[in-house]
Design a protein around this ligand. Structure first.
Ligand SMILES: [Cu+2]
Length: 435
């Protein structure tokens, strides 16, 4: 180590050797950046025996979505006159391409969705998320990378944390495999961290669940505590869209993202009344993450119009059932969700059970759930007597579409049926191979 400036101190601990060891350590943990989406062979890790390995393949690209056309126009920003009918707003986003061939993956360029596919993993499994950057169909001049940042995952290796300034981002035409070993159950979110104010606002955000070991296929729990059992779960992912910024990205203009002005409050990527349109590919309102990205829809149908916003926010349950709402906020604004007349019990916050190490129960009951940007809440309620109830943002500015008349934005319905009307909702792990 005669070429090392620190060799006179301790060659074994020289800065260069330390960096070299760090790189080898990261490589040993399985970093791989390469063309094609085949995950590399797992690297043995002492002391960790995964219960199973789950491979997920996401594509990152741009695309077009549909906000309710009853909203007042705001020319030229919305509706965007470059948008192909029936769409009206430009987005960036992720797409679930698990199980598709390389040729099929490429067909998803320009077909981004919002919110990102809901991911759900079991505690103790080994998770590999292959992220392919397909580039931008509307903006071939943009050479932006993309990453996956699992927000709140508390022991990711820095290389897999998705912060490009600190690790790596995925360039156009390449795939990177992110490794995770989820051990802490709860509700998390993930997003692209490349120029993150822009890419998050443009739509590269979604939910990721970690299910506890206590789940046994029959009974479902939020955490490893029998007191957290539930019958049905639903994603409630909160964001807002600023149509002016989306227009400027589509039309090669610069946006001052600090001048934020939300036009549509969104639940799972949709604004009321689209929030209550059922998922097209299944009658089960919770199967959105497994939908087929290659499916085609009749022209003029809701399925066609909302195919890039595939996740409904409609909540359906039988009276007396325990319902879990997995809430997270990756918008830029604080939100407070209310369900009039129905007490909600907050049992988890930011992927932590509200229970002290001393066993004290720190959960609380409220009609209004306050949730800031980057935060999540696990909320249980008992489905009341049959009828239709509302879950909505208390702030009226998020309850209209572009400030127009009537209701819009962050609102959905809870439809409660008589006991034993709906079939049981099975445990639904992320099902990668849809084809
Ligand atoms: Cu991105």
């Amino acid at each position: 180590m005669t070429d090392d400036i620190t060799s006179g101190i301790n060659p074994l601990l020289s800065r260069r050797n330390f960096l070299r060891a760090g790189v080898l350590g990261a490589a040993g943990a399985g970093v791989a950046v390469y063309a094609g989406h085949q995950a590399p062979t797992a690297v043995a890790a002492p002391g960790f025996t995964p219960t199973k390995t789950v491979n997920v393949h996401l594509a990152a690209t741009d695309g077009w979505v549909s906000m309710p056309d009853s909203a007042p126009a705001m020319p030229p920003y919305w509706p965007d006159n470059d948008a192909p009918a029936p769409y009206n707003m430009y987005v960036f986003g992720f797409r679930n391409v698990t199980g598709l061939s390389d040729a099929q993956v490429i067909t998803q360029k320009g077909r981004a969705q919002i919110s990102a596919p809901v991911l759900a993993f079991d505690e103790g499994s080994e998770v590999k998320v292959s992220l392919t950057n397909l580039g931008m169909a509307q903006r071939p001049d943009l050479v932006d990378g993309h990453t996956m940042h699992w927000h709140g995952f508390n022991n990711a290796l820095p290389i897999f944390d998705g912060v490009p300034e600190m690790s790596a981002s995925v360039p156009i035409g390449k795939t990177m495999v992110y490794y995770y070993r989820p051990t802490d159950p709860g509700t998390y979110m993930y997003h692209c961290h490349f120029e993150d104010v822009e890419h998050v606002q443009m739509g590269m955000t979604g939910l990721v669940y970690v299910r506890p070991k206590l789940n046994n296929g029959t009974n479902k729990y939020v955490f490893n505590d029998p007191a957290t059992r539930y019958d049905r779960e639903f994603p409630v992912f909160l964001t807002e869209s600023q149509p002016e910024g989306h227009y400027r990205d589509a039309h090669i203009q610069i946006t001052d993202w600090a001048a934020y002005n939300s036009g549509f409050g969104l639940m799972n990527g949709r604004a009321w009344p689209d929030t209550i349109v059922k998922n097209t590919q299944t009658s089960d309102t919770n199967l959105g993450p497994n939908f087929d990205p290659l499916a085609t829809y009749p022209a003029g149908s809701d399925g066609e119009r909302l195919q890039f916003q595939p996740q409904t926010s409609l909540i359906e349950a039988n009276a007396g059932e325990t319902v879990l709402l997995r809430m997270a906020n990756l918008g830029s604004l604080r939100h407070t969700l209310t369900m009039d007349g129905v007490p909600m019990k907050v049992i988890g916050a930011d992927a932590d059970q509200l229970k002290g190490a001393d066993g004290n129960d720190n959960s609380y009951v409220s009609n209004s759930i306050d949730i800031g940007p980057g935060e999540s809440r696990d909320v249980l309620f008992t489905a009341p007597e049959p009828g239709t109830y509302k879950l909505y943002d208390r702030d009226f500015s998020n309850l209209s579409n572009q400030g127009g008349g009537g209701y819009g934005g962050m609102m959905t319905n809870i439809v409660v049926s008589a006991p034993n009307t709906l079939p049981a909702q099975p445990v639904q792990p992320f099902t990668p191979g849809v084809r």
